[in-house]
Write a protein that binds this ligand. Sequence first.
Ligand code: 0L1
Ligand code: MG
Length: 261
Amino acid sequence: MTAIDHAAWASYLLAAVDDRSAVTAITKQLDALSIDDAYAIQAALLELHLGRGDTVAGVKLGLTSAAKQEQMGVTEPVYGWVLGSSLIDGSGEVDLGELIHPRCEPEFVFVLGEDLAGPGVTGEDVLDATDCVTGGIEVIDSRYEAFSFTLPDVIADNTSAARVAIGSGAIGPRDADLTTLGCVFEVAGEVVATATGAALLGDPASCVAMLANHLGKHGQRLWAGWTILAGAPTDAKPLGAGTRARARYSHFDSVSIVGKG
Ligand code: 0L1
Ligand code: MG
């Protein structure tokens, strides 16, 4: 079997970002793409972003809820990088001219006060290491045509990461039972989904533990100060021009974004 050229596929995906133009899924062009190769492409893509002066603000989990797994037709969580350039400012405005076919989704967000290094990290370890928990809205933007991909494709594409708004009104990690955190997601003034923290594979903290253990296998850790997206508890909705999306949370301030362009 021919070796996969990770750097070349990373450039292919970065060109899609730059051109704001969807591309054919990688797995449609190869006999096989393993999960390890997919993460190697993701790592090469991160290097390209860092080479342009971007920074790592944290890490994201994706596909940690049944709603998201069903929407995308996959059965395993995925991990990607949150870039400093992806953070949406207080205006909540998302420039749609910079994106391909964005969708938005609520997120439970952890801010770490201490490093977390797998293996062996538990949900309790995550609570110990967490400074605070808050809400957010992530904008995802698959670089693939029709938002259609297999698991290795979406991993290579940094799990569709595009933009993220982090909300205020954070609470301490043990100020509430995180499985009962509530979220009401509204798009264009309509309630489109509701969920609790338990939608994230039973417990958001366990999802973050899974992430720390995954990174540990690759000799990496979650660093103090990083923002960790535990995953969307609902499916994602299109973000069009003039569309306002609002996530109302039981324990944190509401988060609101609007598509501009
Ligand atoms: O944040 C996410 O849940 C994205 C995971 C990748 C799948 C998708 O593009 O929805
Ligand atoms: Mg997400």
